[in-house]
Ligand binder design. Structure first.
Ligand SMILES: Cc1cc2nc3c(=O)[nH]c(=O)nc-3n(C[C@H](O)[C@H](O)[C@H](O)COP(=O)(O)O)c2cc1C
Length: 406
């Protein structure tokens, strides 16, 4: 199938512009053999390339291009299918925008096109050309440094505490993972993640309950979470715990139980954040938002976990505004390379900023993901890059430190 990829990237400082013609000659030949055509725009700083041809060939060439050390911050903007080539004349042609009059440059690019029909109507690929040529999205090109410009240095030893309750009260355990502001070097919150007593996954723990028993067990497990937090001497540190939305709806007196356990362990409601996942909320939104009022009235804050993974997305925020949202790993993964993910996350940030909802990125594993998200305006992070959850304890945080010379 005729496939199109469009990306943009940043030329490396040490690449002389005069070597580009040579590079394009070689690319032209390779593309010709692979039946790939396209055009490469250059504005002195950024490249913008359209590649089109048989899917496998386009993907192989794009893979090579991504690995090329002559440019960096390669962001895929479009991957789509089309009935005809837009630039079918040559394997590769470079078009230096600086050599053209600003008012005529877009037309000059379009004149290179071979499919008049596609280039005249509302074609997304064409709109990307227009945006690049007119430099309309430039404020969203976050030029992040290379991954090896930072060290991540653990600041202490993991802190581990035993489970401070009688065995009859305990059928679960918790692993704690910090939510941090890396540049302020501050632990903003600790999240208590449920595990089986031997440390197995939340799913293994939930699987031991049938039907509605899961809600009573879910609520009771918070007793263990709060007791462990107290035993770990978390002090005034804010503590995030997960709760199934239906636990609040189905268990009478759930909020009172939580309040009792919070006080019993020397904690205060203001330091507790209850996290609910988006997917479970939207199935019974009215009942859930009713229950949430009681929590808010008691002074407990609320977060939506796995935001972006369910079906509601931003429209959920029209019905109910939490104190914090946590963007799902699916959107975070390789965000520095993906135009669509960047656009969605910028949209989430914009909406949440207007609503004074704090935004946390979850599942951050790569320095580039973190750097892109910081540049986009997120300051709260959770992920293996900084700290893995520690069973029955609090892990050391690996804080980022800029390497000398970067
Ligand atoms: C901005 C830019 C655009 C490129 N476009 C192409 C291209 O369209 N086709 C191509 O084969 N190589 C292109 N290259 C070069 C590839 O990255 C790579 O050097 C080339 O495929 C040779 O790879 P090889 O030596 O591993 O075979 C481009 C490089 C850059 C920096």
């Amino acid at each position: 199938m005729l496939t199109t990829i469009i990306y943009r990237s940043h030329i490396c400082d040490n690449v002389p512009v005069k070597t580009l013609e040579e590079m394009v000659d070689a690319a032209n030949k390779k593309n010709g053999y692979a039946d790939v055509t396209g055009i490469l725009l250059f504005n002195g700083t950024h490249f913008f390339q359209l590649l089109e041809g048989p899917e496998e060939s386009v993907l192989t060439i794009y893979q090579h291009i991504c690995e090329d050390v002559r440019h960096y911050n390669v962001v895929e903007l479009l991957r789509d299918y089309a009935p005809a080539r837009r630039f079918g004349k040559s394997g590769m042609e470079i078009f230096d925008l600086r050599r053209h009059d600003t008012n005529q440059v877009l037309q000059a690019v379009l004149d290179k096109g071979t499919s008049k029909y596609q280039l005249t109507y509302d074609d997304r690929a064409l709109q990307f050309f227009r945006t690049f040529v007119e430099a309309r999205e430039k404020e969203n090109y976050f030029e992040i440094p290379s991954a090896d410009s930072w060290d991540f240095i653990p600041d202490q030893q993991d802190m581990v505490a035993g489970v401070p309750l009688a065995a009859s009260d305990v059928d679960c355990s918790f692993a704690f993972q910090p939510i941090i502001d890396p540049l302020a070097q501050e632990v903003v919150s600790l999240e208590a993640l449920i595990r089986t007593p031997s440390g197995d996954s939340p799913q293994s723990w939930f699987d031991t309950y049938k039907g509605d028993d899961v809600y009573a067990a879910d609520l009771k497990s918070k007793k263990v979470a709060f007791a462990m937090a107290a035993a770990l001497n978390i002090g005034k540190q804010s503590l995030s715990v997960n709760l199934l939305p239906m636990t609040l709806v189905k268990i009478p007196g759930a909020v009172n139980f939580l309040m009792q356990e919070i006080h019993k362990n020397g904690l205060v409601p203001d330091q507790i954040i209850l996290e609910f996942t988006e997917q479970e909320i939207i199935s019974r939104l009215d009942e859930f938002t009713d229950a949430i009022r009681q929590l808010k009235a008691a002074g407990i804050r609320v977060a939506i976990d796995h935001f972006g993974a369910g079906f509601a997305g931003l429209s959920l925020l029209a019905r109910f505004q939490p104190d914090r949202i946590k963007i799902n790993r699916e959107l975070i993964e390789d965000v520095h390379k993906s135009g669509p993910r960047q656009a969605i996350i910028l949209g989430i940030i914009k909406s949440c900023t207007s609503l004074e909802i704090s935004v946390c990125a979850v599942g951050v594993e790569k320095p580039e993901e973190w750097m892109w998200l910081e540049s986009a305006g997120i300051s709260l992070f959770q992920g293996y890059l900084f700290a893995r959850p520690a069973l029955n304890g609090v892990p050391a945080v690996a804080w980022p430190e800029k390497k000398a010379g970067f």
